[in-house]
Design a protein around this ligand. Sequence first.
Ligand code: UD1
Ligand code: CA
Length: 448
Amino acid sequence: MTSSKSAAIVLAAGLGTRMKSTKPKVMHPLAGRPMVNHVIANLQTAGVEEIIAVIGPDMPALERAVAPHKTAVQVDRLGTGHAVLAAKEVVAGDEEHVLIAFGDTPLISPNTFARMIEARTHADVVVLGFRPAPPGAYGRLVTDESNALQAIVEFKDANEEERAIPLCNSGVMCVNGQKLFSLLDRITNDNAAGEYYLTDIVALAREDNLNCAVVEGNEDELLGVNSRVELARAEALIQDQLRHQAMVNGATLLDPSSTHFSFDTKLGKDVVVEPNVFFGPNVKVDDFVTIKAFSHLEDCRVGRGVTMGPYARLRPGADLKDGVKVGNFVEIKKALIEEGAKVNHLSYIGDARVGPGANIGAGTITCNYDGYFKYHTDIGAEAFIGSNTALVAPVHIGDGVNIGAGSTISKDVKTGDLSLTRAPQKNFDGWATKFRSKQEAEKAKQKK
Ligand code: UD1
Ligand code: CA
């Protein structure tokens, strides 16, 4: 049995019917990563050692997404208290603090989780409260004269006076791990919704004379995602944070609102990002890089001093070393482009190595696929590939080779050679002039 001081139970069994989706709600991504993984990452940053997700039956993708963290399955969804009870057999049992978070409330910062754990040292039950305007149908936090928490009343069960309370329940709690399950064993479903409410543990804890406290959070952090409209709102908030962080770290975003980041995008210093650039997951950009407008990058590396775009596409496995130039309408996939090489116009480079200082002419295509398998193209240092060349892989182009424009190269070319495949050119003296005057004469005759 593992032992740890703090654990978190992340409730994620809901189907999210309002998303109108075949995937579980918490699997919808924000900044390129499922919502539930944002919650887990922020809990870990806050120092939570053990994390258990409560999921519904038949959610294998969700189970994989939260791995290596454990999951507990809640078969019938009988309420938030019932969901936490589903994790009883999975938690280690020796925790001092058990945080309860929702998988569909992805923006709560590590700092807020840490504040709750801190407050737990003075109270057995800590609830994250907030003051949304308007307070809507949230549960209300009932406090006494000294601001100590007495109970949480669900909106459905609240009277007029309770509904007038501005302080609401965000749903997040941090509970004494040695008391949580014995409190939960006592809750009933005798309420307006006929559900087992997690929130009832507050009144039960007060019956036992345990301390209950409120930590207040801000509304933006507590945005819950139930629909795609709220998903878009959460995305906008997280994108703002990521843009802010990129600029603080030393990148210039010419039009921040049109730059789309992933949760893990890394930009160096003196990076300039022009408008309308998209970063998918796992992109790392070194210092002094300029990314021109309308470029799309995912799962790739961009070395120091690279210039790319406009309209460049770096697909998974693109690895641009220092000083590389990638121009407009160039697509690069699973290819190493070594120092100072240039791929400036209208090219596809896939499953390849381009040696240092090589120059890839406009319209060069690596023909890497035969409909069944992928093959590698290797281009040596300082090679010069003429425009509109098809390189039929597997093929090796040696160092310092010249390839004539318009060639289809399917055999290796050794260091220092010229290779071209081209029908011989024939010129015909005065042919065009004669042809044109003959046709003009014919046209004039027909008009009469
Ligand atoms: C809950 C709180 C309410 C609070 C609100 C904040 C309770 C009883 N009420 O209400 O005080 O103001 O959140 O958003 O806790 N879930 C399960 N299994 C279940 C039921 C729920 O996993 O059987 C999960 C849901 O997927 C969701 C979360 O728990 O992620 C909250 O459940 P939901 O039914 O939305 O609670 P609310 O009625 O919004
Ligand atoms: Ca809810």
